[in-house]
Design a protein around this ligand. Structure first.
Ligand SMILES: NC(=O)c1ccc[n+]([C@@H]2O[C@H](COP(=O)([O-])OP(=O)(O)OC[C@H]3O[C@@H](n4cnc5c(N)ncnc54)[C@H](OP(=O)(O)O)[C@@H]3O)[C@@H](O)[C@H]2O)c1
Length: 306
């Protein structure tokens, strides 16, 4: 029987279990995919803890995960243009990708280009579409200077590369361990903590046009203090500050579709985007994977491989 990650009630990491489940059967407009890689995201931690129970309640037993890449194993009776054996990159809205076999709706997957590694493919959807939406939200041009907090994380590492592709000057806030990675990707690394505003002003020549906050905890206020206009200030996490100051809070939902996923996969294929893979874990080690992610110092993505 195939295995899947499940939890029966909200709680800490020990509620996560890897259990055997019935083999899923695709409906007419669905496909069944054998997962090769599935990314994990901080939002799943909040859902599992029940922090979002008002907005996005779980139904139990709940699965986990949105992102995946894999091989089509079975197709529904009405499915056209995809065949058993095709390699795809996709997403599920059913919290189900952390499993060996996953059902996907038609329209929720794109072909995996030949040179996109499985781990990067499986980690692409949530972080990639969120980064895409954030860069779009701040209306970046080649003459702009952008500051990004959490610049080496899952979302931030993609934001900085998309911004560099546009031609913008990019300052990335990160700890010293990530400075070399940022420099290698054309980004000016800036250490966060005391004196960060002065370091940003000095490195930017005091011309800061846009800010993407991928970390929270005061960066919206910092951007305003640096003179960034509210409509060029996007946070993907600090929704209270967004409401208070009227800045943007565009994230995943603004770009969560197969068209954007295909565009991002195309950038990887063309060598214009890289998803840094911090570590891969076996599905059976899902608790260790989330313990790692909860430290909030991941470079790029952590990926489960069944
Ligand atoms: N709204 C949406 O649609 C949406 C979608 C996806 C994610 N999110 C949220 O966005 C946030 C980022 O997600 P993610 O997947 O990118 O997380 P992540 O991969 O865990 O990245 C965290 C990054 O934050 C950096 N960091 C740690 N302390 C910092 C500090 N004090 N100042 C600045 N950066 C710091 C870390 O870099 P160092 O190791 O260099 O410190 C690390 O690279 C999460 O809160 C997540 O829930 C929202």
């Amino acid at each position: 029987m195939p295995r899947a990650v499940k939890f029966d009630h909200y709680g800490e990491i020990d509620v996560l279990r890897v259990v055997e489940v019935e083999r899923p059967v695709p409906k007419p407009n669905q496909v069944l995919v054998r997962v090769k890689a599935a990314g994990i995201n901080p939002g799943e931690i909040m859902i599992r803890k029940g922090v979002f129970a008002d907005r996005w309640p779980a139904t139990f037993p709940s699965g986990q995960g949105s992102d995946l890449a894999g091989i089509v194993e079975e197709i529904g009776s009405a499915v056209k243009n995809v065949a058993v054996g095709d390699e795809i990159i996709g997403f599920t809205e059913d919290r189900a990708s952390h499993a060996e076999l996953v059902i996907l709706e038609v329209g929720h997957f794109v072909p995996r280009p030949a040179h996109v590694p499985w781990e990067q493919a499986g980690a692409l959807f949530v972080a990639g579409t969120t980064a895409y939406a954030a860069v779009k939200a701040v209306a970046l041009t080649a003459s702009d200077t952008l500051v990004v907090s959490g610049a080496a994380g899952g979302v931030g590492s993609i934001v900085v590369q998309l911004a560099r592709n546009i031609g913008a000057k990019v300052l990335g806030l990160a700890s010293a361990a990530n400075h070399a990675w940022l420099t290698d990707h054309g980004v000016i690394p800036i250490s966060y903590g005391d004196g960060v505003a002065e370091r940003i002003r000095a490195a930017s020549g005091n011309k800061i046009d846009a800010f993407v906050d991928a970390f929270g905890g005061g960066y919206v206020e910092l951007a305003l203090k640096l003179g960034v206009a509210p409509d060029r200030n996007d946070t993907i996490i600090d929704f209270a500050a967004a409401a208070k100051y009227g800045v943007k809070s565009e994230g995943n939902s603004a770009a969560a579709n197969a068209g954007v996923l295909a565009e991002l996969a195309g950038l990887i294929e063309a060598g214009r985007l890289e998803i840094p893979i911090a570590k891969t874990y076996r599905l059976a080690d899902v608790r260790e994977a989330y313990q790692d992610l909860e430290k909030r110092h991941t470079r790029g993505k952590i990926v489960l491989v069944p």
